[in-house]
Design a protein around this ligand. Structure first.
Ligand code: DAH
Length: 389
């Protein structure tokens, strides 16, 4: 073969190459390109390809016929039809063929692909035991959704909000990050006044333009008193439930984060008897009709006179027990007639108007109501505690 040279077909798609042991070697005769020989090689290649596809199809079908488990079926699907699957690889290699070849073999390949996909769907239905159209039994009971529930603090807060709104009070909100002014100065606790020592405060580490630390986490909901007066003027009736903060070392009785509910009523001719009537109503609502209320003088800078409020211990009915430390009474709020300075700070004339204010420890009231003996449970996030309510 003097005038001939050897061509080696090695750029065939992988499955074809694997299918033939050795390489396809064809001796090329000089000037062969336009010859019959070229066609013969091409036809030979296409023939092999068709054979390979048919062979793969038979292999897939026989494997499919044996499958009984969903997991195995899934594996087969990945093996043949997956992104790197064997059939997928062959189909992808068709893109290297000429237009004419693509037409010829592409049609066959697509038919086979469709047939195989159909068989897979059939096998899936057969295995899962369902008919092609899934049926829904609308008489089956629905899936039960576990319902959340409110925190005990929210339960008590809601109860008190309902009571106060029924007495004509608005429910207001105020900022937890508060100015030194509204938290202290406005409610008659000026800077450097010893009364500031009554509340351990978290000051925020940021100075204002005068070089003072003037932001605090509010230590009580009384901070909303002057805000409410400035916004709504007199007459005024509002309650303010909310979160308060103090720099406390925590133990069963102390917590750095707790809840209060503040109350304020301003009108003409308001006296201590109005205050007592409202607070007695609240105490009875919380602890029952037989509950007695006792108020004794106590100093609070924002009221004059000031009083603390105690109710008969609901556990021992006033006889004395460990809950009330044998006193028969439980302290639940502070109160008093609004100090004229506070009214003035709120833009209300104390010569025309007077008012009363009170602050309940909402956390404390809740503890007493449900017999919760450790205040830290409220913020602890322990589901065994929370799921009881
Ligand atoms: N702000 C007080 C505290 O946190 C509670 C209080 C006492 C509020 C007397 C009042 C009041 O409005 O009149 O201890």
């Amino acid at each position: 073969m003097k005038n001939s040279s050897k061509i080696v077909i090695s750029n065939l798609p992988a499955p074809l190459r694997l299918a033939r042991p050795g390489k396809l070697v064809i001796w090329k005769v000089k000037g062969w390109e336009k010859s019959h020989e070229e066609l013969r090689i091409k036809n030979y290649e296409l023939g092999i390809m068709k054979n390979e596809i048919e062979k793969l199809k038979n292999e897939i079908l026989s494997n499919l016929a044996k499958v009984k488990e969903e997991r195995v079926l899934k594996d087969l699907e990945i093996k043949y039809l997956g992104r790197k699957g064997e059939l997928t690889k062959i189909l992808r290699s068709l893109k290297d063929l000429s237009e004419k070849e693509k037409k010829e073999i592409g049609q066959l390949a697509n038919e086979i692909k469709k047939e195989i996909e159909d068989k897979f769907s059939e096998a899936k239905i057969a295995i899962s035991g369902k008919s092609g159209q899934e049926r829904v039994d609308i008489t089956l009971p629905g899936e039960k959704i576990e319902r959340g529930h409110l925190s005990p603090l929210t339960l008590v807060q809601n109860e008190l909000e309902d009571l106060f709104t029924s007495l004509g009070f608005m429910v207001l909100d105020g900022p937890e990050l508060e100015s030194d002014f509204y938290n202290f100065t406005a409610v008659n606790i000026p800077p450097n006044h010893p009364a500031r020592d009554m509340q351990d405060t978290f000051y925020i580490d940021k100075k204002n333009k005068d070089g003072e630390y003037d932001l605090v986490m509010r230590t009580h909901t009384s901070s909303v008193q002057v805000r409410a007066m400035q916004k709504y003027g007199a007459p005024l009736r509002c309650v303010v439930p909310g979160k308060c903060f103090r720099c406390e070392a925590t133990d069963v009785r102390h917590e750095h984060t707790f809840y209060q509910i503040e109350g304020l009523m301003v009108d003409k001719g308001i006296s201590l008897s109005n205050m007592k009537a409202v607070l007695e109503t609240v105490a009875k609502k919380l602890y029952g009709e037989d509950t007695k209320l006792r108020m004794r003088p106590k100093f609070y800078p924002f009221v004059e006179p000031g009083a603390n409020g105690e109710v008969t211990c609901f556990l021992c009915q006033g006889k004395g027990c460990s809950l009330c430390k044998n006193s028969g009474w439980l302290e639940i709020f502070g109160s008093g007639l609004v100090h004229p300075n506070v009214l003035k700070n709120g833009g209300i004339d104390p010569k025309i108007y007077s008012g009363f204010a009170f602050g309940f420890g909402l956390t404390r009231v809740t503890q007493l109501k449900y017999g919760i003996d450790d205040i830290r449970l409220f913020n602890g996030g322990d589901l065994r505690f929370l799921n009881q309510f």
